[in-house]
Design a protein around this ligand. Structure first.
Ligand code: ATP
Length: 513
């Protein structure tokens, strides 16, 4: 901007120019042209530059270098040459020979070059509060966020501090956030402390070597899905040694996802520790809208019972067919119980989705990867327990219900629990003819649940789209239902495997995790 005095000077000069030219411009349009040209802002700036140079000249500057002029000319020429030879463009690899041998008339090679410019939205996988960070260069210039928040990245040039703003927040401003590298370094420094954190470690339970890997319990018309090994020695389920090899969760790239009316619903995967309430929530969703929600029908190699129907209770298949499906990676998870195979297939998920329903799938966190594909676009809900005080309050009357088939299994599992009624009917109004027993949960189960949730979160937290603390069941259910109605979700892309649908269904034998 010109200063007031400079502006006044320029105006005076220009008006004198104008008055001087009046005698030479006899046409109105010439006059207008000259007027607009002389009043141009750029011209004023040129005057200003000229003024400055004149002032600089008066100081009789000495050349910094003797050859500055030739250097300037050299650099100018080298820039010229780079532009002329299009040197600034990325170098493409040579055309592969075999392509040229093909019968194709013409070949077009398209190369997508990713520059350093951020394209991304990131979902934060940890909480950050600049007020608690003594290393932040300026607290006011930093952005606080909670795990799960989606951040729009503005600049990633600095290795330590990136710039980002919250997505979808009105009047949001960009600010500093710790870079992935910085957060990883910090976690690595804290890790030794975490490793020495006292944890309850239980000795392995020998009976579990032959534990029943599968349940098939009716709960309100839905068969309990195969969380294989859920009932096993829980201290072993999340084996040690994983922490040391896994990078700490930092950020994950996400893309906006808008469901078109003709698109299938995304698969809803629900995970959580034993007894936290995953099935309870599934059951409530199903009852609330059976036309909208559906669950998978499992496969089994055991004999069909009188009261059961093919394709409703199970898909009854031969051992040969089942094993072939295992080899062809058709199962998300499978296992053996009492010498029979049980499993949840990818096709059973597809079937529910093809009916236009939201498929509710309940798997172990370790199996999420089998459905983490563009086909299923899973929305992963992690159900975690509240603090132990709230658990005690809310679960005082909660029971684990098992039918006859799983009674022995249940007795193994909950050996510490005292069965209240040996043979009571299921509380579910939709279940008939199944004798069941119920067991009260113990303090130890609560602790297990909390421990297990912590481990799941630290190991698979980056896969969770939604974390729900299951305290007040009515409230949690309302929140979940509202959440699942949202049409515009964000899809994690950072975790999609390169080879989609390649290998599903890891082999799990009895007692193996
Ligand atoms: N928020 C809650 N408040 C009170 N009771 C609850 C709550 N959530 C679940 N329950 C009860 O806790 C018991 C266990 O719940 P549920 O069967 O859904 O657990 P789960 O996560 O499916 O575990 P598992 O797969 O090991 O059976 C059930 O009796 C259920 O009704």
């Amino acid at each position: 901007m010109l200063s007031r005095t400079e502006h006044r000077g320029v105006c005076r000069l220009l008006s004198s120019v104008m008055s001087g030219t009046e005698s030479h411009t006899d046409r109105e349009e010439d006059y207008r042209f000259l007027h607009s040209m002389l009043m141009e802002k750029k011209l004023h700036l040129l005057f200003k530059i000229h003024e400055r140079l004149k002032r600089f000249e008066k100081r009789s500057p000495v050349p910094v270098q003797e050859h500055a002029a030739s250097l300037a000319s050299d650099s100018l020429l080298s820039v010229h040459d780079a532009v002329a030879q299009r040197d600034f463009e990325p170098t493409l690899p040579p055309m592969p020979d075999d392509v040229l041998e093909d019968d194709e008339d013409s070949v077009k090679i398209v190369s997508l070059v990713k520059t350093k410019e951020p394209l991304l939205f990131l979902r934060a996988l940890f909480d950050y509060d600049p007020n608690e960070d003594p290393t932040v260069p300026c607290k006011d210039a930093a952005v606080a966020f909670k795990r799960g928040d989606v951040l729009q990245i503005v600049c990633m040039e600095d290795d330590t501090w990136w710039q980002a703003c919250h997505l979808g927040v009105v009047n949001t401003r960009a600010g500093l956030i710790p870079s992935q590298q910085l957060h990883e370094r910090r976690v690595a420094l804290q890790r030794p402390k975490a490793l020495f954190k006292p944890r309850r470690v239980k000795p392995p339970v020998m009976e579990d070597v032959d534990y029943r890997a599968i349940t098939g319990i009716h709960i309100a018309g839905l068969r309990r899905s195969f969380r294989l090994g859920r009932k096993s020695n829980r201290s072993r389920r999340w084996s040690t040694g994983v922490h040391s090899s896994v990078c700490p969760p930092t950020y994950i790239e996400v893309i906006p996802y808008h469901k078109d009316p003709q698109d299938r619903h995304r698969l809803v995967v629900m995970v959580g520790p034993n007894g936290v309430g995953v099935n309870e929530l599934k059951r409530r969703l199903l009852i609330s809208d059976p036309d909208h929600y559906g669950v998978t029908v499992p496969h089994t190699t055991r004999e069909k019972r009188r009261q059961e129907s093919e394709g409703v209770d199970y898909h009854f298949v031969s051992i040969h067919v089942f094993e072939e499906d295992i080899l062809n990676h058709r199962f998300i998870e499978y296992g053996r119980y009492n010498g029979h195979y049980y499993g949840t297939s990818l096709d059973s998920v597809r079937r529910v989705m093809a009916e236009g329903k939201v498929c509710l799938l309940d798997v172990q966190p370790g199996k999420i990867k089998h459905v983490y594909t563009f086909e299923f676009k899973p929305y992963v809900v992690f159900v975690k327990p509240p603090r132990v005080e709230e658990l005690r309050l809310t679960r005082r009357r909660a029971k684990f219900i098992c039918d006859d088939e799983n009674r022995n299994f249940s007795q193994d599992l909950f050996s510490k629990r005292k069965p209240k009624h040996e043979h009571t009917k299921h509380i579910s109004p939709m279940v008939t003819g199944i004798r069941s027993m119920s067991c009260y949960v113990t303090e130890e189960d609560f602790e297990d649940m909390i421990d297990s949730a912590e481990t799941m979160e630290s190991q698979c937290g980056h896969l969770f789209d939604k974390v729900m603390v299951n305290g007040d069941i009515a409230m949690v259910f309302r929140e979940l239902k509202a959440d699942l109605k949202k049409v515009s979700w964000l899809l994690n892309v950072g975790v999609f495997p390169a080879n989609i649908n390649s290998r599903a269904g890891e082999h799990i034998t009895e007692g193996q995790e």
